[in-house]
Design a protein around this ligand. Structure first.
Ligand SMILES: Nc1ncnc2c1ncn2[C@@H]1O[C@H](COP(=O)(O)OP(=O)(O)OP(=O)(O)O)[C@@H](O)[C@H]1O
Length: 760
């Protein structure tokens, strides 16, 4: 089995475990390749090839693969090492044998010495070579072991890292799952949101449809109401006519009854007379018969005396004549009786006719009464429906609404009229609602619930708010205020021009409507009581404008601009505002209120600024408290109407104020900015609404707090020098218009014991 040193071949007893065909020496018999205990020939080339085929560090295997291939390689090295050990053993054995044979044959020794020496040398060189190989293999093995250890280490590290990665993979996949779940739920949410959006859109469309239906219903009801009213008026007229007819027929009937009675009396008298005549006639006939009998007796018995006969004949003639005349009389009386009976029959007939006519009229009247009651009921129903529809309509429109009014150019505007800064879009959606303002060459567009162009009359403006006024009578809190810079037309809008009925403002028109409606609903059982109060807030101080005995300190502004008397605002448990010591006046007619308005106008503090000679530097608050009871339905309502002419909103720089005027402007700005803060806080549904930041907002808290119907007029001056202020006003108004404040609530509770001081 031992080959020469240069070409040694050895078939070890050991099996080559999983000897890969690529590592097997080319000379190895093909039949043994891959067999578990195959006898591989370990040639020099095989070992060298094996050594050369050690996996290189540089090979781009993964650590695990490297480790596996190293393990594999070591496994394959082990038999080679064992083979070397075996080979060494066999050489040593052979050496020993040779030594022994050296001893056996001395002869052979010398021969063999050389051979042995050669062999020994050869063996030694082989051994040395093998040792060298062994050492190098050992070294390689150690190195490989170290590599293996390092590879194992790095494998462990890699495993740890892999574990870590696996863990993070798990957590990532968890996360991924969660994210996917989130994504699914987000998708679901998204789809449900889009469903909801669709539903909302549908709902909005339905609402719009419903709104238009309500509008149609409202107009139908309005038409019905008008028709019913016309019907009622014609019925009332008919009723009056029928009543007149009834009166006439009653009189006719009385006359007929009287006539009938007279005729009956006449008939009775005639009957009596007839009876008398009949009695007379009978008596006369009896007399005639007696006389005829006497005459016959006399004629038969005596016939002697011619004279007696003559007497008797004349007596008889006399009696016959009397008899004839009585017969005539009887005939006449009978004729009279016949006529009287005919007359009686006729009068009975006419009485019967009158009675039937009377019954018919009575029936007609009762029918008319039922129809009238029906019409009144329908009217009440229609009125109730109108109120409901009106309120639903207002709720759909939102309970804080903004109307914009642009005043016409005035002579005072002078050259500022040049360069038109305001225009009105004519597109379908903005018609009557849009306004464009050009400032510094830039166009700003705004849209409100309504925009009144300069030539819109006071009457037309009032037309648009009259329904809101009606709401106050229906028991709602209503607040209308005018906002805008000085001279923009706030006072003109609210009060109008005194002395010109055409230019009456909202306040007098409102009062006229309220008192007219009060009159109109009276037949439906409504009775209203009204109370008026008027105050102004000047430099954050309240002043009673209706106080008759105002103290000098109350009347006059002190030097620092504050009034002497302090009116304190309080809110009761029902959320109503009360101002201590404020004058409240019961009013029964629009004239009474006009008188009070004039009184208040005198008391108003009017200052002068550069901008407007008659500029009002205070907020004017007019309050009408309405308390209504319906005696037939026992319904009770309590409405409040606040009409407010705010002080001018101009900026300090523009007002050019100094001293007292500067203080006024600062106070005005403070309260107006408080008003805007309150409105925006309400719109954002913030927990804290800063009502207390100014007297104005604190006083109007119940009317701004959500359950009232609020309308803001933003007044705009058209001149180019006011463009900056106009832009500020329009911006503020646009923000207010974007607000939604609560739902208006109708006040139908019982009248409070002291309602006189309540504001809302
Ligand atoms: N729509 C209008 N039609 C005709 N004239 C108007 C109109 N609006 C305002 N005016 C006139 O413009 C002037 C200023 O109006 P007004 O006094 O109402 O302004 P204001 O905003 O109330 O000012 P202030 O803040 O000073 O009270 C008045 O002479 C008024 O008659």
């Amino acid at each position: 089995m031992v080959s020469t040193a240069n070409n040694w071949r050895f078939r070890p007893a050991y099996a080559m475990v999983n000897g890969g065909p690529d590592l097997a020496p080319n000379s190895a018999p093909a039949s043994n390749a891959g067999s578990e205990c195959g006898d591989i020939e370990f040639t020099r080339e095989y070992v060298e090839a094996l050594l050369n085929e050690r996996p290189k560090r540089k090979d781009r295997f993964s650590l695990k693969e490297k480790c596996d291939s190293l393990t594999e390689y070591i496994k394959r090295l082990k038999p080679v090492i064992r083979w070397f050990q075996e080979l060494e053993g066999s050489y040593l054995l052979e050496h020993e044998k040779l030594q022994n044979s050296l001893q056996v044959s001395e002869l052979q020794r010398s021969e063999m010495d050389l051979l042995l020496k050669n062999k020994e040398e050869e063996l030694n060189s082989i051994i040395a070579e093998l040792r060298k190989n062994y050492a190098s293999l050992q070294e390689k093995f150690t190195k490989e072991e170290l590599d293996k250890m390092a590879a194992m280490d790095s494998l462990t590290r890699e495993r740890d890292a892999k574990l870590e990665i696996e863990r993070s993979k798990f957590s990532l996949s968890d996360e991924l799952e969660r994210v996917q779940r989130d994504l699914t739920s987000a998708k679901q949410q998204n789809s449900s949101l889009s469903d909801m959006y669709k539903r909302q859109q549908e709902y909005i469309a339905n609402l719009q449809h419903y709104n238009s239906k309500l509008q149609t219903d409202l107009s139908t009801v309005e038409e019905d109401r008008k028709r019913v009213e016309t019907e009622k008026a014609s019925m009332v007229e008919n009723l009056g006519m029928y009543r007149g007819q009834l009166e006439v027929s009653r009189q006719c009937q009385d006359d007929a009854v009287k006539q009938r009675d007279a005729l009956a009396n006449e008939v009775a008298q005639l009957r009596m007379e007839l009876q008398q005549v009949r009695d007379d006639c009978d008596r006369h006939q009896l007399q005639v018969q007696t006389l005829t009998a006497e005459f016959t007796q006399y004629k038969e018995s005596t016939e002697k005396s011619y004279y007696e006969w003559g007497d008797l004949t004349s007596k008889n003639d006399e009696l016959e004549a009397r008899c004839l005349s009585q017969s005539d009389q009887i005939k006449t009386l009978k004729d009279q009786l016949m006529t009287a009976e005919k007359k009686l029959q006729m009068s009975d007939l006419s009485t019967m006719e009158r009675r039937t006519e009377y019954e018919g009229q009575k029936k007609q009247i009762s029918e008319l009464r039922t129809r009238l009651a029906d019409a009144e009921f329908k009217l009440i129903e229609g009125e109730m429906l109108r109120k409901k529809l009106h309120n639903e309509n207002l709720e759909l429109k939102g309970n804080i609404r903004v109307f914009c009014r642009v005043r016409p150019f005035l002579a005072e505007d002078g050259s500022n009229t040049e360069g038109k800064v305001i225009s009105y879009p004519t597109s379908m959606d903005a018609l009557g609602r849009g306004i464009d303002l050009v400032q510094s060459g830039q166009k700003h567009s705004f849209k409100f619930d309504r925009v009144f162009v300069p030539d819109v009359s006071q009457e037309d403006v009032f037309e648009d708010i009259s329904q809101l006024v009606q709401s106050a009578l229906d028991g709602y809190k209503v607040c209308i205020f005018a906002y805008g810079q000085t001279g923009s037309g706030k006072t003109y809008t609210m009060m109008g021009k005194p002395g010109d009925p055409e230019q009456k403002g909202l306040i007098p028109r409102t009062l006229e409507q309220i008192f007219k409606t009060r009159q109109f609903v009276q037949p439906q059982g409504w009775k209203y009581e009204m109370q008026v109060s008027m105050l102004e807030i000047y430099n954050e101080t309240i002043r009673d404008l209706l106080a008759t005995n105002r103290s000098s300190s109350d009347m006059l502004r002190t030097e620092n601009g504050t009034a002497g008397k302090q009116y304190t605002i309080k809110h009761d448990a029902n959320g109503n505002s009360h101002v201590s010591d404020l004058t409240i006046v019961d009013v029964r007619s629009a004239n009474e209120v006009s008188f009070l308005l004039e009184r208040a106008a005198h008391s108003r503090s009017v200052g002068k600024t550069q901008m407007n000679e008659q500029s009002s530097r205070s907020h004017f608050v007019f309050t009408l408290r309405i308390y209504g009871v319906n005696e037939s339905t026992e319904q009770q309502v309590q409405g409040i109407l606040n009409l407010i002419d705010l002080a001018g909103s101009e900026r300090l720089s523009k007002s050019g104020s100094t001293g007292d005027r500067l203080r006024e402007t600062q106070a005005i700005n403070k309260s107006l900015s408080s008003l805007s803060d309150v409105i925006f806080a309400l719109a954002k549904k913030e927990d804290h609404v800063p009502f207390r930041n100014s007297k104005l907002t604190y006083l109007l808290q119940p009317c701004l707090g959500g359950d009232s119907k609020t309308l803001m007029f933003v007044n705009i001056a058209p001149d180019s020098s006011s463009a900056g202020e106009s832009l500020c006003s329009l911006r503020f108004a646009a923000r207010v218009n974007a607000c939604e404040i609560g739902v208006p609530r109708r006040q139908t509770y019982m009248r409070p014991s002291d309602s006189r001081l309540s504001y809302g």
